[in-house]
Design a protein around this ligand. Structure first.
Ligand SMILES: [Zn+2]
Length: 450
């Protein structure tokens, strides 16, 4: 209302002034250089008024810009931000597509528009990785490490870098830091477990595995098996330190965790024979043979009684060991060997035949040859078995599941490819059957005979 009155009053004043001016007309004469401008006072007044209004408007606009919270800045930074985000998204696409050059170009663009943002750092580090620029990648990861919101992400990058460079100790230290930052993160625990295994840090591997496998998965066979192998290695370490009681307890734990794990069964029998009671040993042998029949275990059981005669061992094997797993190939093999060593020819032949089954391995033929020579002094028959043994399938061995390396003795890590718990007891694949090669071999043997 007041505003309306004020505007009305202003119009009245202007009208009165205009009338007054027209009543007292006058001239304005302006001389400038060679120009002369002549006009009336009314025109000059009108021009002055328009100029004042224009200046007022400019002033109002300036105040609006100045007092609006970062109005100009906001307009420009939003544009920058959009450009930066565009560069980051294109860069990530380039990384996923493996386009190293484009990734680097977008990383530079992102750095220009969105410098210091977590995503920009990540893109720059990944682009450097893709370009195999290790130094730059490390620098970006280090920069990520110095910020609270990207430290964890930077750690992951640095851990992978350290592993790639083969510095496992450094990788483990970084993984421990990551575990402190976010305890229980699955990938960190997995990394801690793998690194501990590679460094043969059995305690570290055990604790990482225990934390990794919680609840249901802790009862899974694979976890139990891995724990058994780790515990077995700890038992071996205890034996090296001459801590025999600790070694026995660890061997028992390992054997209990995975009853089919042959090395633990063997060690448990050996150490119980040294330290335990006869009753305990007797019970243990039965259990072990039931779940982990194997030639190494047979040997451990045989030597658990010192100074035993071959005929006594044959009787003990037949009466106290074999009944726990009577039809297994290893049972027949154990009995055949014991019978052969104690000159019990008939049972030796019977168990060799049953151990061989349809496809006897080389060692069965060699034992048959030994039998012919010892029992019947039949050199001709023995020679026949020897020839057959050379064509028979190989005996089983510990063979690495990931690289095929063959070992006589089981090991936790493959000496060739460093895989953990990769050895399985099995027959080697002889490779593709090639009749030409075998024929050539036979021809060579025949001509060598002449
Ligand atoms: Zn291997």
């Amino acid at each position: 209302m007041i505003r309306t009155i004020l505007v009305f009053a202003l119009i009245v004043v202007i009208a009165v002034a205009a009338v007054w001016l027209s009543d007292y007309p006058g001239d304005v004469r302006l001389t400038w250089g060679g120009y002369v401008v002549e006009t009336s006072v009314i025109i000059v007044g009108a021009l002055a008024f328009v100029f004042a209004v224009f200046v007022a408007l400019i002033y109002r606009f300036w105040i609006w810009l100045k007092h609006g919270p970062g109005r100009i800045g906001a307009i420009f930074s939003a544009r920058r931000r959009n450009k930066g985000l565009e560069a980051i998204s294109s860069g990530m696409v380039a990384i996923a597509a493996g386009d190293a050059v484009e990734a680097r170009r977008q990383a530079v663009a992102a750095e220009k528009h969105l410098s210091g943002e977590p995503m920009t750092l990540l893109l720059a580090a990944q682009a450097a990785e893709l370009n195999e620029d290790n130094r730059a990648a490390s620098i970006y990861y280090d920069r990520m490490m110095s910020r609270d919101d990207t430290e964890f992400l930077g750690l992951r990058g640095l851990i992978n870098r350290a592993i790639k460079e083969g510095d496992l100790e450094k990788a483990r230290d970084l993984a421990k830091r990551a575990d402190e930052l976010r305890p229980g993160t699955s990938w960190v625990l997995k990394e801690l477990y793998e690194l501990a295994l590679k460094l043969r840090d059995w305690e570290g591997a055990e604790s990482a595995l225990t934390r990794l496998a919680r609840g249901k998965s802790a009862k899974g066979d694979a976890v139990k098996r891995a724990k058994a192998v780790i515990t077995y290695e700890q038992a071996l370490s205890a034996m090296k330190e001459k801590e025999t009681a600790k070694a026995l307890s660890l061997a028992q734990q390992a054997h209990e965790l995975a009853p089919t794990f042959v090395p633990a069964a063997v060690l448990d029998v050996e150490l119980t024979a040294e330290q335990g009671s006869t009753r305990k040993l007797h019970k243990l042998i039965g259990e072990a043979w039931k779940h982990a029949p194997h030639r190494d275990l047979a040997e451990a059981i045989r030597s658990s009684v010192s100074g035993e005669q071959p005929s006594d061992w044959f009787r003990r094997a037949k009466e106290t060991v074999a009944p726990h797993n009577p039809d297994h190939v290893e049972t027949h093999l154990m009995l055949a060997k014991a019978a052969l060593a104690s000159n019990n020819w008939a049972p030796a032949r019977e168990h060799l035949m049953r151990a061989g089954g349809d496809n006897p391995s080389a060692s069965i033929f060699r034992m048959l040859a030994e039998l012919e020579e010892k029992a019947n002094a039949d050199a001709f028959a023995a020679r026949e078995w020897i020839v057959k043994s050379s064509l028979a399938p190989q005996d089983p061995l510990w063979i690495c599941n990931s690289c095929g390396r063959q070992e006589e003795k089981w090991q936790a890590h493959c000496p060739a490819c460093d895989s953990f718990d990769s050895f399985a007891w099995k027959t080697a694949d002889r490779g593709p059957h090639n009749p030409d090669v075998i024929e050539a071999e036979i021809v060579r043997e025949i001509s060598a005979d002449r």
